[in-house]
Design a protein around this ligand. Structure first.
Ligand code: SAH
Length: 462
């Protein structure tokens, strides 16, 4: 087999990025857009010793799980990797992913996992679930402004103003912004030269409050004719906050540090369960509120609170989990590295009248052991009955895991969207006196390969 050969392959597995995996002459081939169960014709692109990458040329026999994607652009756009897979099968794929990593990386046996693992919680309607969208703005070859998505792994914009994952009103917002740019000849930002003004349109929608936010990211201090844009956008029902975000850096990072409110409030409000959150353009907030509620309810259940517990919520963001748990705990401490997120967390506690939550800025692996030591020195009760962690993709530092174990909480609730680093951390915790009690995947990111999981751990000796 060599480059450019065309081979026929039966797809037997799904890779971590959603690609099809098949074998040919003893080689493992990774084929983007091929689905498990498909028989395909594929062109070899790159070969290594035992594996290679191939391009899908033709589906000879489609997988029984193949469906027609709702979105015509799903193959081009990098956003949805597995829209062509039936939703039911997407959920079992995610379940296998969680399970395989627990076995392969975590060292757990299949029996151990089967005894504690629940089927992934899916959505009744797995579309239009995202409350946030960020559309890049560019210029087409005729010089007209376009909004859309970056084609998978590139920075060229595919013009599209509706996305099946986002809310319908995004389309109206983009049409208004594009018409405004055309009318006043305001140039889109050009990544190559760093010239032009409008870079991105960020939208946020409160699913429970129906409040709408639009933030225009600009490569300038002010947006020319902004009042005209405001006049159009305020015609949309629910409009609550219109702002510009200034980002003059030549970078892939979408948002800059400064937000200037043009109209209305500087934030929108939304609820998860009965906890209220204020969300500004720069705040981190879960993108799928329907599933987030299920996720937090599961975390709450696994925390097993009776009202007497001291809980630590490490990597707490804007305090979403902390506040969700606070009503049923004696005291909740949250730790988060981003100062603005902690400011939001404190504000969120205040607007909910929650007085038993306290927040600290810093690295969880530094702040947590430090604060615990200081409290002990002052003779304060600093122990944790329950520790919740919700780390970013790279998981927890080992020093933090060690500090957690040292505290001997009765329960640990591990929430995360990376099943590999989670499995690694669970291996550590389970070697240090904890046992897996429950594993629950929640599908927060339908049609993508990502899955959020809550794991409940219990101390072995009690
Ligand atoms: N629990 C929150 C946010 C989880 S996302 C929620 O559900 O909304 C992970 C968070 O960890 C981010 O807010 C990120 O800023 C923060 N973070 C990243 N590294 C960290 C570290 N070393 N210590 C504390 N927080 C960290």
């Amino acid at each position: 087999m060599k480059k450019n050969d065309v081979v026929e392959v039966k797809i037997e597995d799904i890779g971590t990025s959603g690609e099809g995996i098949g074998r040919y002459e003893g080689m493992t081939l990774f084929i983007k857009d091929a689905l498990v169960g498909d028989t395909v014709k594929a062109g070899i692109m790159k070969l290594k010793k035992t594996y290679g990458y191939a391009r899908l040329i033709e589906i000879i026999e489609p997988s029984p799980d193949r469906v027609t994607p709702k979105c015509e652009l799903s193959r081009k756009c990098g956003g949805c990797q597995i829209q062509a897979l039936s939703y039911e099968r997407q959920l079992t794929f995610k379940e296998h992913k969680i399970k395989n990593n627990l076995m392969r990386i975590g060292g757990f046996t299949e029996e151990q996992i089967d005894a504690v693992m629940q089927p992934v919680i899916g959505m009744e309607n797995p579309y239009h679930y995202r409350n946030k969208a960020q559309f890049p703005i560019g210029t087409d070859k005729d010089g007209n402004p376009v909004a859309g998505f970056y084609a998978g792994r590139t920075h060229s914009i595919i013009p599209v103003t509706n996305c099946y994952l986002g809310v319908d009103v995004n389309e109206q917002i983009l049409q208004i912004v594009l018409a405004f740019l055309r009318k006043y000849q305001i140039p889109a930002y050009d990544e190559q030269t760093g010239n032009g003004i409008v870079r991105h349109v960020l939208t946020r929608y409160g699913f429970t409050t129906k409040e709408l936010m639009v933030c225009i990211v600009i490569n300038a201090d002010t947006l020319p004719h902004a009042e005209e844009l405001v006049a159009e956008l305020t015609k949309l029902e629910g409009m609550t906050s219109i702002s510009v975000n200034v980002n003059k850096k030549q970078t892939n990072v979408i948002l800059g540090d400064t937000v200037k409110t043009l109209w209305g409030k500087s934030y929108i409000t939304d609820y998860i369960g009965d906890v209220k959150y204020q969300i500004s353009p720069l705040s981190f907030y879960q993108v799928n509120p329907v599933q987030t509620k299920k996720l937090y309810q599961t975390a709450l259940e696994y925390a097993g609170l009776t009202g007497e517990e001291t809980v630590w919520d490490l990597y707490c963001g804007i305090g979403t989990i902390s506040l969700f748990l606070a009503k049923q705990a004696k005291k909740v401490y949250g730790v988060e590295i981003v100062p603005q997120a902690i400011a939001d967390a404190k504000n969120n506690a205040k607007i909910n009248g929650i007085t038993n939550a306290e927040f600290f800025v810093g690295k969880a692996e530094e702040v947590y052991p430090d604060v615990v030591r200081q409290m002990q020195e002052r003779g304060q009760q600093a122990y944790a009955d329950v520790i919740v962690v919700d780390p970013p993709r790279k998981g927890c530092e080992e020093s933090l895991l060690a500090a957690m174990v040292q505290m001997q909480p009765e329960r640990i609730v591990y929430v995360s969207c990376d099943s590999a680093t989670r499995a690694r951390d669970l291996k550590y915790l389970c070697a240090q006196g904890y046992k897996l009690e429950k594993v629950q995947g929640v599908d927060q990111f339908c049609h993508t390969v990502h899955v959020e999981t809550v794991v409940g751990l219990h101390r072995k000796d009690i």
